[in-house]
Ligand binder design. Structure first.
Ligand code: SF4
Length: 274
């Protein structure tokens, strides 16, 4: 892709893309179309609600820690998590075997682990700071909100997962979608700070019976950045060309995981599996 340099110019009139949107588009362009062109909102899954509530607890602590340099008491962090979880609970599409109270207990366990093992080692300098990047030649801004930037220019993100991350060459590795997200964060950091970050870390909180923390460091290279810039340019071009192919080969294309399956069957034919 030519001329793919991104800058953080403010371009109010443009619509925006985000790393989450790019991930959704790559998973299924038709799903992106239903959500962002037709504007059809569907309730989040239990896993998404849990992730957002855990994030609220972590963010509640880190926002004040920028100034105080002190972690809040665990009870206060768990309160922020609980308030957020309860507010989202009724708006969530719970799976048939999911019990919200058990999911909430999982969240409290992984958040307690995070507060004990990770939070004391992190001195945040920025928390969920929105960065808007111009995409020259495209009618879109790219909006990125990195979770946490910590002292020493480390970009940090947290994922609550059901299974430990898969290993590549005997070491746990970032899931490809998470890797792309960290590259997007690095892109935003470099555009605003005019220098490279020192590194990235994803803290995976594994909500198995024996709650576990898996920390995966990641270094963003110029090759990662070139790939990601091409990716977002190509997604933007497909959107401009109104190409929204349904991806039924995507493993999350099921009636349970996609809230648009009825519209999708009506518009494109075929049968979405249960
Ligand atoms: S049902 Fe499958 S193909 Fe259709 S929008 Fe959803 S994920 Fe895409």
């Amino acid at each position: 892709m030519k001329n793919n340099k991104l800058s953080n110019r403010n371009t109010e009139s443009k619509p925006h893309l985000s790393p989450t949107q790019v991930n959704m588009f790559l998973r299924c362009p038709a799903q992106w179309y239903y959500r962002y062109v037709r504007g059809l909102k569907r309730p989040p899954s239990g896993a998404a609600t849990l992730g957002s509530a855990v994030d609220s607890g972590i963010t509640h602590n880190y926002r004040q820690k920028i100034e105080s340099h002190q972690d809040l008491a665990l009870d206060e962090v768990l309160d922020a998590f609980s308030t957020d979880f309860e507010a989202r609970k009724s708006e969530t599409l719970w799976g048939p075997e999911e019990k919200p109270s058990q999911v909430k207990d999982d969240g409290a366990r992984v958040l307690s682990l995070y507060q004990g093992d990770v939070a004391p080692t992190v001195q945040p300098t920025a928390v969920q700071k929105r960065v808007e990047l111009d995409m020259p030649n495209f009618a879109y801004r790219f909006v990125v909100v990195p979770d946490v930037v910590e002292r020493g220019s480390i970009i940090r993100d947290t994922k609550v997962v059901k299974r430990s991350p898969a290993k590549v060459e005997n070491a746990p590795a970032l899931a490809p979608a998470h890797q792309d997200q960290m590259v997007a964060y690095a892109l935003a950091y470099r555009a605003t700070q005019e220098r490279a970050e020192e590194g990235c870390v994803v803290d995976y909180l594994v909500r198995t019976k024996n709650t576990k923390l898996v920390q995966i460091p990641f270094r963003v290279t110029s090759s990662h950045l070139a790939y990601y810039k091409n990716l977002i340019g190509l997604v933007a071009r497909q959107i401009e060309a109104l190409i929204f192919t349904p991806n039924r080969q995507n493993y999350l294309c099921t009636r349970r995981h996609c809230g648009y399956w009825e519209e999708c069957e009506k518009d494109f034919g075929g049968v979405v599996r249960s």
